[in-house]
Write a protein that binds this ligand. Structure first.
Ligand code: LIP
Length: 267
């Protein structure tokens, strides 16, 4: 894809993420949405579906030839692929917790080349393009320069997609190594907070491509390090993720000991 083609797609992704965020915020504030469970601790709301439809309609209007992979409607299998999480942090959203985001990534040949994560409650739009740096509301962002686990704050995401025993063991290792540990329910927001230095690392044993495609690129473009989520079949099957400020990567990756999380070297 030529630079100008990516620029145009990324501009559209930012517009659609904002529009989707405004739609989600209206549902959130009204409370007028239905919830059903896709699996244990894995809800979907009518707001997710409405945001998904809004974003997909915008993509198809401008780029009917591109592929789309979405958490709520599947898809995939195209050289240029839009990867959408219409509401990342749906459990928070469904319980009235104002911590969720809209994630839209543009992938080429199986890897993200552009991405947007929008937090509609904070009106914060995180954006990156491969080789072009990472931005928050237009201002350049950098991951933290911390190198000491004892000073670091990490998010260790949890879901029923992996055993609580493994999660318990991982958080025990992190705490024993001196890391501060939290879990607040949105991988996309946790990852972009690594990118802007609010926290120093994120790890989770299993996420889907739509959770991480935009945010992992934003981390890498902000000078952080993320594991190579899209090596092999990550786009289709999902997998583990570890991301950190550069100076903390070795300590976090070793301590978290999440399998198959080699450093991504494709910057
Ligand atoms: C969520 C992630 C979270 C993970 C949840 C879920 P969703 O995404 O952001 O980190 O632990 O299981 O995958 O489902 O709200 O888009």
């Amino acid at each position: 894809m030529h630079d100008t083609e990516l620029t145009a797609r990324l501009d559209l992704a930012a517009v659609l993420a904002r529009d989707g965020g405004h739609c989600a915020r209206k549902f959130f504030r009204s409370g007028d949405f239905d919830v059903r469970l896709k699996g244990p601790g894995d809800p979907v709301t009518t707001a997710d579906l409405a945001v998904d439809a809004l974003i997909q309609e915008g993509i198809r209007r401008s780029y009917p030839q591109d592929g789309i992979l979405s958490e709520e409607s599947g898809g995939g299998g195209a050289d240029i692929l839009w990867v959408i999480d219409p509401i990342d942090g749906t459990q928070n959203f469904s319980r009235g917790i104002a911590r969720f985001a809209i994630s839209v990534a543009i992938c080429e040949n199986g890897r993200p080349v552009g991405g947007v994560v929008y937090d509609p409650m904070a009106d914060e739009l995180f954006l990156a393009r491969k080789g072009g740096g990472a931005f928050l509301n237009g201002g350049k962002i950098r991951a933290s320069s911390l190198q000491e686990p004892a000073q670091a704050l990490i998010e260790a995401g949890y879901s029923s997609k992996h055993s609580w025993q493994d999660y318990h063991a991982m958080t025990g290792r992190l705490l024993d190594a001196g890391f501060g540990v939290r879990q607040v329910g949105s991988a996309a927001l946790g990852l972009v907070e690594v990118a802007c230095g609010r926290i120093d690392g994120y790890c989770e044993m299993h996420l889907e491509s739509w959770d991480v495609a935009a945010a992992a690129l934003i981390v890498a473009e902000a000078g952080g390090v993320a594991s190579d989520f899209f090596a092999g079949d990550g786009m289709r099957t999902g997998g583990p993720i570890v991301a950190a400020a550069d100076g903390l990567w070795d300590a976090l990756q070793t301590t978290a000991a999440v399998p198959r999380t080699d450093r991504c070297e494709t910057r």
